[in-house]
Write a protein of this length. Structure first.
Length: 195
């Protein structure tokens, strides 16, 4: 796993711990007690991430949720297999699922600061454009053909290029950010729209 991925996971864990810590201060009961366990119980909460990224990930996560191996999952929106997740949720309305809506969160944070996604920074890029550029950069790689074959046969995730292009080409926000028009490569005529 590359260092950037470890950093991202570390940041997510840190934010989770801060959230749990802050949440625990709002009540006299511990988090454990609010979950139905003794105050001093040591708990391990297993969470599945990136639901919707690939069919194999969806299938494994659905089984893990149904059998109680994991207690929650996050749906990455938009994703190539988002429609499959939406269909599954109809028959599992009590599943503990969250949605990654990072662009919406960025927009909300910018509004608090009196800014918008379309404001330009000193580099000339808007916040909206920077969002997609950073997303693409996080998956940027060169993969030799023999490594690509190994990845598609052993890894549940798509090749990096598809994790970029397939996702953002479904997003009207991406087209808006870069002025992409209908008929261009990065604007899908049959874009995935679930909600």
């Amino acid at each position: 796993m590359n260092p950037r991925m470890w950093i991202q996971r570390g940041v997510c864990l840190f934010v989770l711990l801060l959230t749990v810590s802050a949440f625990g201060q709002d009540s006299k009961r511990t988090v454990q007690e609010r979950l139905g366990y003794p105050a001093t119980a040591r708990l391990l909460v297993i969470h599945a991430d990136d639901l919707g990224m690939a069919h194999s990930v969806d299938k494994a996560t659905f089984e893990a949720l149904e059998k109680g191996w994991v207690t929650s999952a996050s749906i990455l929106v938009p994703c190539p297999w988002l429609a499959e997740v939406a269909h599954w949720t109809q028959s599992h309305p009590n599943a503990d699922l969250g949605i990654h809506l990072a662009l919406n969160a960025l927009e909300a944070e910018l509004k608090k600061q009196g800014k918008s996604l379309d404001d330009k920074g000193p580099d000339g890029w808007t916040y909206r454009q920077r969002f997609f550029l950073s997303y693409a950069y996080s998956w940027c790689s060169n993969v030799r053909p023999e490594v690509a074959r190994l990845i598609v046969t052993t890894n549940p995730h798509s090749l990096p290029i598809f994790r970029i292009d397939n996702v953002v080409s479904n997003m009207s926000e991406f087209a808006q950010a870069f002025g992409c028009k209908t008929g261009q490569k990065m604007v899908r005529a049959n874009a995935c729209r679930v909600w």
